[in-house]
Design a protein around this ligand. Structure first.
Ligand SMILES: [Zn+2]
Length: 509
């Protein structure tokens, strides 16, 4: 797991000139080699080096030989990825436009050995035309944070240093290799990504795991809550703004025959859209979610997403606008961000199959029926279940092997004939420690029992009313919770839980 930290360099006028000259030479090599590599379909770095090294050593004698090699390597990488993207039809230009480069200083071209030994490094020495140069860096909090990890052995510093210019400032980019933490899990979290929300269920492991007997029942209640993401709504809003920009620009791009050139491809359009910061906002939210889900070290459970979850989800959805919004939901990047953060914080992520997760009652193991609200399902035992909550609770069930068969193979007889057992077998992860599986099981049993034993409580839950303005495609009314709803013990909390899980009595309604 890697983290890059950029630290600004203290650059004198003279040094600035030097760095600019190095950048110009480096960029030139990269550009020329990229063109050659693509034109001749030669992307092997060794081969390219053999072809070009001597030429550029002669052309730029002041440039460190290692930098020449790194520039050629970088060109090879750019060419490779360009050819790959071209194959997949993602580019229409004949050659990539190399606008900026990251100048790579390998271990021998800067004072790595000395630097890593330092307790509080404030300078680097790099090989530039005219010899080695000492450069002061402007370390900041984030840098010191990772440096502390280096000193304490939790992280290592990579040997390659990257120097990069952004407008007129120069940065040194240090790459830290973090060692995954190995911590005792404190919680088990299941999450499910939807268009506008991420549904979460959390089981806190409070007691020492091996003291099974003394588990306090009070703490065995799983928390259920929703994190609002509004990716769908965000997409909707940007869609509107984008359309408005297109309309505004149309007159500028009208052709004599009354038609328009493609406006979305124009520089003017891109300039306007850039100001929307759509991507930046999305990334921010993705990070928040990852943070929330991994705040304590634990076991994180989620559905196995296919290669392209959006595609499988929009199957059968006709409305263009909705299809677009689902496409804009960053399922994969949420998963990736959570995985990454999980590793850093000593959590582990497990995937369970998505099979019937939102089709089974997590309390009675019966097949749920549809209601007129997409988000609410009805159990044959007469209560309503929120689809999201069924989904996350069932992910938990799948970690326990006993319930696995009960809950998901209720029609075993008809299925066993034409069922591919191999496919679903063993997908309840055997990697989750047995003690924890026992804990999850006990919690789920308690959760189940508390509903089966007190039907009166079920009756008191407020009905899940679709008229609450709930059903706008996938997006429903914002969750009532202001963040985390802790659901432990007490009558008040019980009925809260009911509303939260979406359970209520419908037998007389
Ligand atoms: Zn039920």
């Amino acid at each position: 797991m890697r983290r890059a930290v950029a630290v600004e360099l203290e650059v004198t006028k003279e040094l600035n000139k030097l760095l600019y000259s190095v950048e110009a030479m480096y960029l030139n090599i990269v550009r020329e080699v990229v063109v050659y590599a693509i034109a001749n379909n030669v992307t092997n770095p060794t081969q390219l080096q053999r072809l070009f090294y001597r030429k550029y050593r002669q052309e730029y004698p002041s440039l460190n030989s290692q930098l020449v090699i790194q520039a050629i390597r970088q060109a090879s990488e750019i060419a490779k990825s360009f050819i790959e993207r071209k194959k997949r039809g993602l580019v229409d230009k004949p050659y990539p436009e190399v606008k900026a480069v990251s100048i790579r200083f390998v271990i021998t071209t800067w004072n790595y050995e000395q630097f890593v030994k330092s307790i509080a490094p404030v300078r680097i020495t790099i090989s530039l035309p005219g010899g080695r140069r000492e450069v002061w860096i402007k370390p900041h909090k984030r840098f010191w944070l990772y440096w502390w990890k280096v000193l304490s052995g939790e992280a290592g510093l990579a040997g390659t240093l990257i120097v990069k210019r952004r407008t007129n400032k120069w940065y040194a980019i240090f790459v830290f290799e973090l060692k995954p933490k190995d911590e005792l899990p404190q919680s088990v979290v299941a999450f499910d990504i939807n268009e506008n929300t991420v549904a979460v269920s959390r089981i806190d492991i409070i007691a020492t795991i091996d003291k099974t007997a003394s588990w306090n029942r009070r703490y065995l209640m799983p928390q259920l809550y929703t994190i609002r993401t509004d990716f769908g709504r965000l997409a909707k809003r940007y869609e509107r703004t984008r359309n408005a920009i297109t309309e505004r620009l149309k007159p500028l791009y009208a052709l004599p025959n009354g038609k328009y050139v493609s406006i979305t491809g124009t520089r003017e359009f891109r300039k306007h859209v850039k100001g929307l910061r759509e991507w930046g906002r999305k990334v921010g939210r993705v990070r928040q979610i990852a943070n929330e889900l991994t705040k304590t070290p634990g076991i994180i459970v989620t559905e196995e997403l296919g290669e392209n979850p959006q595609e499988s989800m929009i199957n059968g959805i006709g409305k263009d606008e909705l299809r677009h919004r689902i496409k804009q939901t960053p399922f994969k990047s949420i998963e990736k961000a959570v995985e990454d953060k999980a590793l850093e914080r000593g959590s582990r992520i497990f995937h369970v199959s998505s099979y019937r997760n939102s089709r089974v009652c997590p309390i009675h193991f019966t097949r749920l029926g549809e209601t007129n609200d997409w988000h609410t399902l009805k159990c044959p035992f007469g209560h309503l279940v929120d689809r999201d909550h069924a989904s996350v609770m069932n992910m938990f069930w799948k970690l326990t092997s006993e319930a696995w068969t009960k809950a998901f193979w209720w029609d075993l007889k008809s299925l066993s004939k034409n069922m591919n057992w191999r496919k679903h077998e063993g997908k309840s992860n055997p990697l989750v420690p047995h003690e924890i599986v026992k804990y999850i099981h006990a919690t789920l049993k308690e959760f189940k029992a508390s509903f089966e034993q007190s039907p009166a409580v079920l009756a008191r839950g407020s009905p899940m009313n679709p008229a609450r303005g709930a059903n706008e495609d996938w997006a429903r009314a914002p969750p009532r919770s202001k963040g985390t709803l802790t659901l432990q013990g007490g009558e008040e909390a019980r009925s809260d839980l009911l509303r939260c899980v979406g359970l209520s009595d419908v037998s007389n309604g």
